[in-house]
Design a protein around this ligand. Structure first.
Ligand code: ATP
Ligand code: MG
Ligand code: MG
Ligand code: MG
Length: 470
């Protein structure tokens, strides 16, 4: 059965509405009243106060499709079939209401009866000690024992420090040998894209104390997360999440702008997918009020945008192109996310200004970096100095991870410690300059200051170093 991405989203939300769940619109990507997180990275993240009991949920059962950003996945983007920095997570949640049996039964009902995925294509994992989950999958759902894989704590137990935690159970789809890594021991849990994980059911049933004891919660919770793009990849039988109906429009536009064919060249394909992913992240982030800056979320945005711009260079795209692409994102996702429609012009404008600024220096910066890499090669070294990386950052606008990306492609790395020292020194210089009353901070280039300073303050978050998110 093929089904469009937008249709799958609707089917899921409708299904859980039919199980008495309250449907809620996605929360913004910028967390509200939560300093522990830079950007929302799961369906449960914006609902945390309902899980901790700090707030009373409007319903004990809820269902959402949540916009998510996961920058820690950035190195996988374009390379695996299943990772984006942006994706949508469908979820159903129980706040002390139903528990494991309903969560598992409904998940199975949805995938086999609504999505009509053949049972013999699926596997599930459970936490190795969770016999309760085993019994539900085997005795109640009727899954054969060889379809149920027991995995350890690292894979199938959710805990973040102390407090509520618990085992989870994940559902996988076997895409067949063609998508596998070919290792004889390739199986569920393998990092390759054959057994693609698409749904995680978390059973929050314990409270962990300071001594490492797990106390059963009186009212355990359910938190599930299903990747919408992954489900669409399965339903449409395409190679990667970037080839599903909606996202494919963006990908095709990238190819059109570059004047190349998808699937012609493996390296180009990675760049095409990176751009396709990053423009989605960038568009949605700006749609939720994030602006480019040198700190916090604004810097995440800037890094993604500049990384996309550089991959555009690799594909031979001349000039700025990203704002045009953001309009494609709007065309395909605007119905589900009206903020993309409402803010279309703002999104395009901010992207264009940011991209134009980087265009002025990217070629020069790339040239310098290439020269330095040549030098390193001649000297048989493979670590770029932190000073050079800092100059690329400070003068040419190269985020550190962009420099690192480029170095890694040639098996090189960068001296990060020195980079950060240089950064610290520069911040001290800036602080001193700011305290100087006569300092003419609004010199010639007003807009630079508008984006760099005013907007940074507007965004006003903790620094990246403080959050350790980078
Ligand atoms: P993986 O092991 O493939 O990296 P995960 O275990 O990190 O996935 P979870 O944290 O369990 O993922 O998130 C729940 C679901 O969200 C996943 O089962 C998947 O469908 C989806 N998902 C997670 N990360 C991504 C991503 N980077 N891009 C697209 N979908 C994702
Ligand atoms: Mg992951
Ligand atoms: Mg996983
Ligand atoms: Mg998982």
């Amino acid at each position: 059965k093929t089904m469009g991405l937008n249709e799958i989203r609707e089917k899921y939300l409708e299904f859980f509405e039919s199980k008495d769940h309250l449907r809620k619109q996605s929360a913004p990507l910028v967390p509200i009243n939560d300093n522990s997180l830079l950007l929302i990275n799961s369906g449960m993240a914006p609902l945390k106060p309902y899980f901790t009991g700090d707030e009373i949920p409007p319903s004990k059962r809820m269902t959402t499709c949540q916009k998510c950003i996961r920058t820690p996945d950035i190195d996988n983007v374009g390379k695996t079939a299943r990772h984006g920095t942006f994706f949508e997570m469908l979820g159903n949640f129980s706040f002390g209401d139903y528990f494991k049996e309903e969560a598992i039964k409904w998940a199975w009902e949805f995938v086999t009866e609504v999505m009509e995925i053949p049972e013999d294509k699926m596997y599930v994992s459970i936490y190795e000690e969770d016999d309760e989950a085993y019994d539900i999958w085997h005795k109640i759902v009727g899954l054969a024992p060889d379809r149920i894989v027991r995995l350890g704590k690292a894979d199938n137990f959710w805990e973040h420090g102390l407090g509520p935690c618990g085992p989870c159970s994940e559902i996988y789809f076997d895409r067949g040998e063609d998508h596998g890594c070919g290792n004889p021991d390739c199986a569920v849990g393998c990092e390759c894209d054959r057994y693609i994980e698409f749904w995680n059911l978390v059973f929050t049933q314990y409270d962990k104390d300071g001594e490492g004891n797990y106390h059963p919660l009186a009212n355990p919770n359910i938190d599930t997360g299903m990747g919408l793009e992954r489900m669409a990849t399965i339903m449409q039988d395409v190679g990667t999440i970037f080839e599903v109906d909606t996202i494919r429009h963006v990908l095709d536009t990238v190819c059109g702008l570059a004047g190349i064919q998808y699937k012609d060249d493996v390296k180009n394909d990675i760049s095409i997918r990176v751009i396709t992913d990053h423009i989605r992240s960038v568009s949605f982030m700006i749609g939720d009020g994030v602006l480019p800056s040198n700190e916090g979320r604004g810097y995440v945005l800037r890094r993604l945008l500049r990384r996309a711009a550089r991959h555009g260079k690799l594909l031979g795209i001349e000039g700025t192109f990203l704002s045009q692409l953001s309009r494609e994102v709007k065309k395909t996702s605007g119905e589900a996310y009206p903020e993309l429609v409402e803010k279309e012009e703002t999104i395009a404008k901010i992207i264009r200004l940011e991209e134009e600024k980087f265009q002025e220096t990217i070629d020069q910066g790339l040239m310098i970096l290439e020269e330095e890499m040549e030098k390193l090669k001649k000297e048989e070294k493979d670590i770029l100095s932190g000073e050079t990386a800092f100059r690329l950052y400070d003068t040419f606008g190269f985020p550190l991870d962009l420099t690192r990306d480029i170095l890694e492609e040639s098996g090189m790395d960068v001296d990060e410690d020195t980079f950060h020292e240089e950064m610290k020194k520069q911040k001290e210089r800036a602080r001193k300059a700011r305290s100087d009353k006569d300092n003419n901070a609004w010199g010639d280039d007003l807009f630079t200051h508008l984006t760099e300073d005013t907007l940074t303050e507007f965004v006003g978050y903790q620094t990246l170093e403080a959050t350790g998110k980078i």
